[in-house]
Every structure is written in C-alpha cells, then in structure tokens.
Design a protein around this ligand. Structure first.
Ligand SMILES: C[S@@+](CC[C@H](N)C(=O)[O-])C[C@H]1O[C@@H](n2cnc3c(N)ncnc32)[C@H](O)[C@@H]1O
Length: 416
C-alpha cells in the first residue's frame, strides 16, 4: 500500500485516538486481578485496573490517576483514603522504587492476596476445575539468584517500569550471603577490579550457601573469597535431601532452590506418580528426574541448553538413574503418539508456556498421565485449555515459589 510522507496509508483517512487526559479518581478496590492489579468499578459501571507499588487489598479506598480507554480505565494509586489494617511498613528501604518485589506492604497477608489472585484467574479461565489448593511460602524462603545492573557508577536494581538504576547495598529478599556480597561487588567495580562496562551482573549461591559467585553478561564467573573476587569456572552445586545437582554458574536453576524442592516433592509424592518412562521435557539439569528418581524405570530428558544437558547426564548418572538426555528444542523433538499408557510426560516450560505445536502433538500421546508446570498462571491456563480436548486437569497445586512478588508456580496433574 502506498504511504504519504507522514506514514499514513494514501487515500485512507487517518484515525488518531485522542490522547486522554489523566483524571483523579476515588473509590474502592473490589478485588485483585491476576498480576496484582486492583479491580475497581466507576459508578457508571466501567471497570478500572489500578496498580500500586507495594500491594493492594480488596476493600481499600484509594485516590488514583486514571486514563480512560474505550471501555475501561487504567491508572496508578496516588494515595490511600482507607488502608487495610493488615498493611505493614515495607521491610526494604527502596521498596517503593525497586521493580523487584511488589508485595512488601502485604506482610503476613501476602499469601492470602496471592491465593485470591489465583482463585480469580482460575475461576475465569478454568471454570470446570473444582479442586485446587494454594501452598504458601515459608518465611525463611529467600532468593539464591539476584540480577543487578551496573551503569559505570552505580550498582542496583532497575527502577519499576524503567531502566534507571535504584542503587542498593543490601537486598532483604535475597539470601543473607548474597545481600552481604552486594557491597563487595560494588567495591570491586568501583575499584576497577572487575570489568567496567555497563552490564547486568548476577550474584548467585548454591550449597553451601556461603559460596557466592558473580557472573557477567559474557558468562564469566568470579568466586567471592575473603580477599576479594577470583575467576572460577567451577559448577554450582545444589544439595537437597537425597540428591545433589550441579549446574553451570549463571545457568537456569530455581530461584529459591531449597524451598522449591520441598514444595515440588510434596506435590509429586502426594500424587504418587510412578511407572515406565518419565519424559522430563524442558528438563534443565534434571531436577524433576532426580525428584521422581526410581519411581520410574527409565527417563528421557529434553532441554535445549547444551551445557545444562551435559550436567543433566552427569547428575543423573551420579544418582544411578538410567537416562537419555537430549539437547533439542522440545517442539522439534516431540513426536506424535509419545510413550505408553504407564508413562508420565512432565513439562516445565519457560514463562511463555507451551508452544502451540507442542500442545497439538501432545493430543496424540499414548502416555495417560501428564504434569504441566508453569510460572505464569495466565500461560498455564491457556495451555490447559489447549490440552483440554484430550487431557483433563484433575488436580492443581499453586505454589508460592516467589515470595514478595505476585508470581506463583502452577503444577497441574492431567489424565487422559
Ligand atoms: C522453567 S525452566 C525448568 C528447568 C528444570 N525443569 C528445572 O526445574 O530446573 C525451563 C527450561 O526449559 C529450557 N527451554 C526453554 N525453551 C525450550 C525449548 N523450546 N526446548 C527445550 N528446552 C527449552 C530452558 O533452557 C530451561 O532450562
């Protein structure tokens, strides 16, 4: 189509939406929507989606800056007229600026808020699901990986909805050893001991928790020792009751591994899964193969990160678990008619969930049990809907693996 110099299509009257001026709006939060936004209703019936940096409670009265769209409004809370009595002061000095956590002021009620967000989503997206439960995080769960940003002068987290840096010297959401390592990383960057270029730095720990590494964007690794940072490419170990896994420092692993393993173990053992072959798809370094262990006679792990696959082979061999570990894209590897009746297909895809081709191929699987794990509830519900022609969701557990944020992990059991 021909275009005029301003880019509009020639001969077509250009329609520009008028930019809506922000309005002040006052009212009550009706309920929480998925993602932690507060849902409110204007007296004329139109819906409003409101965000607030450190949690919203249903029933709170707020003043917000709102922009109206065609059918609804969106805005951010400027001040509270009536606060919920469960709201507590944030336990972090940069909580209102930093984009890392969004439930600080929910305090001990965070679990209840997250449960209600999940209930709202499930009620809307999977109305046939009757049985599900929410498992809150223990108070001591802390992050074992944090991502900081260095701009050549400052080290910190990204500001909420921005790439500006909020400088930090501690992080109460992280394991103590990681938090204490932040000033040591800053000193080394300011002292020009570590590479100077502006970039993201990951601080991570494993087992023992005192072992802290810093990883730059080129995947170079430094180990923190008493006299400073030293190049060290050794793998990170994660020891749990009954097994140890190793992975490349900076490679994917659960954010709060000790809590994640307890939580997943509880769910999988509760379902008493066992049988022939376990298909551990999006398998990383073998966490679920290790967790299910000898409950299955054999396992096939598929993962596209080649380094993770090499670690999976070593991890599962150490555990004496007969395994085939394949470095491949799951969608490409997956064949029609996968498995046999006594097999389990377990899928733990990234945040975006299952690719449509994966859902399509799973319809013809011969295995009769499937477990889907998803860290984005909306993507999980979409995938459950796509699987529904063949796979019935018979149980769902929502795990709080990401304390202080609105994120949760959904673990669903499906049967043919
Ligand atoms: C949420 S992680 C789960 C890893 C593992 N199950 C665990 O809990 O440690 C998702 C994994 O899928 C891998 N991945 C992402 N997209 C993939 C794809 N299309 N095919 C195969 N693996 C993929 C990532 O490298 C990552 O290791």
């Amino acid at each position: 189509m021909k275009r005029t110099r301003d880019g509009s299509a020639k001969g077509v009257t250009e329609y520009r939406k008028p930019v809506q001026a922000a309005e002040l709006w006052r009212g009550e939060i009706e309920r929480l929507a998925w993602g932690g936004k507060g849902l409110a209703r204007d007296p004329d019936g139109r819906l409003l989606l409101l965000s607030a940096p450190l949690a919203l409670f249903p029933g709170e009265e707020v003043e917000a800056e709102v922009r109206w769209k065609a059918r609804h409004g969106e805005g951010k809370v400027l001040r509270w007229i009536k606060k919920d009595r469960r709201r507590v002061p944030a336990g972090c000095s940069v909580a209102s600026l930093c984009g890392g956590c969004d439930l600080w002021e929910a305090g001990g009620a965070a679990g209840e808020l997250k449960r209600s967000m999940a209930a709202d989503l499930l009620h809307r997206q999977l109305p046939e699901l009757k049985d599900w439960r929410y498992v809150p995080a223990p108070l001591e769960a802390r992050r074992h990986r944090i991502q900081l940003h260095w701009d050549g002068e400052q080290l910190g987290y990204h500001r909420r909805s921005s790439h500006q840096i909020v400088p930090v010297k501690t992080c109460p959401a992280a394991a103590d050893t990681l938090s204490e390592a932040i000033p040591r990383l800053l000193d080394a960057l300011q002292g020009k001991i570590l590479p100077q270029r502006a970039q993201r730095w990951e601080l991570a720990t494993g087992t023992p928790e005192g072992r802290v590494v810093a990883i730059d964007e080129k995947d170079h690794v430094w180990l923190l020792e008493s006299d400073g940072w030293h190049r060290n490419e050794a793998a990170t170990s994660e020891a749990f009751e009954g097994f140890t896994l190793r992975h490349r420092a900076g490679g994917f692993f659960q954010v709060s591994p000790p809590w994640a393993v307890v939580a997943f173990r509880g769910v999988l053992e509760g379902w008493n899964l066992k049988g022939g072959t376990l298909f551990d798809l999006y398998g990383g370094v073998g966490l679920f193969s290790a967790l299910l262990g000898k409950r299955f006679q054999a396992r096939v792990l598929v993962e596209y990160d080649v380094a993770a696959v090499e670690w999976a082979k070593k991890n599962l061999a150490t555990l004496d678990l007969d395994s085939e570990c394949v470095a491949s894209d799951t969608g490409k590897w997956l064949a029609e008619n996968l498995g046999a009746a006594e097999d389990l297909i377990l899928l733990d895809p990234p945040r975006s969930g299952l690719e449509p081709e994966v859902c399509a191929k799973l319809q013809s699987a011969k295995a009769e049990t499937l477990v889907l794990i998803g860290c984005d509830g909306a993507a999980f519900c979409r995938d459950a809907q796509r699987l529904a022609p063949v796979w019935k969701l018979v149980d769902l557990v929502v795990l709080d693996l990401f304390p202080l944020t609105h994120h949760v992990e959904c673990v669903g059991l499906f049967r043919k």
